[in-house]
Design a protein around this ligand. Structure first.
Ligand SMILES: [Ca+2]
Ligand SMILES: [Ca+2]
Length: 90
């Protein structure tokens, strides 16, 4: 359980970091900016960001909510995500 909690805390931390205005949703713009802040933008193209965003954004509404984000963060293999439903909202 400790390991799960550690991982969960890490995911929550990442979500908070990316959700700049703390409204509980990570918009595409916030996501792109977060990647830029991590200096990942030079190694991945805008196209890749879009592809990843589409994978995370299960309902395609251009922002990621917490269930969508945990689904992404807890996927063992990113290729599994196409068939993996997002976590239920509490
Ligand atoms: Ca936000
Ligand atoms: Ca969404």
């Amino acid at each position: 359980m400790a390991k799960f909690k550690e991982r969960y805390t890490g995911i929550k931390g990442a979500f908070r970091m990316l959700d700049e205005d703390s409204d509980g949703f990570i918009t595409r713009a916030e996501f792109a900016k977060g990647l830029k802040d991590l200096h990942l933008d030079s190694s991945i193209t805008g196209e890749t960001v879009d592809a990843v965003a589409r994978l995370i954004d299960y309902d395609q509404n251009d922002c990621f909510d917490w269930p969508e984000f945990t689904r992404f963060a807890s996927a063992a293999d990113i290729l599994d995500m196409g068939v993996m439903p997002p976590a239920k909202k509490k």
